[in-house]
Design a binder for this molecule. Sequence first.
Ligand code: FEO
Length: 171
Amino acid sequence: MFSKKMEKALNDQINAELFSSYLYLSMAAYFTRKNLPGFAHWMNIQSQEENAHGMIFFNFVNERGGNIELQAIEKPAFEWNGPIEVFEEVLKHEQKVTSLINNLVNIAIEEKDHATNNKLQWFIAEQVEEEANATEILEQLKIVEGKGQGLLLLDRELKTRIFVNPITQAV
Ligand code: FEO
């Protein structure tokens, strides 16, 4: 069992992860419209990963005997001005998620909630990877100026991404 403050913060995080899933799904649809199937595939997997992140928190709150209160998911953006702008938003969004996770750890420490703190450590490491992946793709897009043959090559590369379910890793 955890404190009301921790419970509320974890419920908010479920919403933040599900919003991330929604945002990346919207980006997947954008790339499909732009005939970039590799980017769309990458975003679809990213969306699935975020859904799984939400479910890790969902399962954890249930496991600890807490109350889940699902909230409305905000409408994500629909249109972007090219792939560079999309990945600038991905990086900015992941940096925001990192600060949310850090804040959860702060609350867990304040509340002396060692079990939640322990669970959150997986997310701390995951966010390092999330920011690194977004930065790498953004920087490569900048090299090819987000267009031409370079963009098509990157699209082929992103199509090879394989979904690894975080739920099996984070336990
Ligand atoms: Fe669930 Fe991309 O952070």
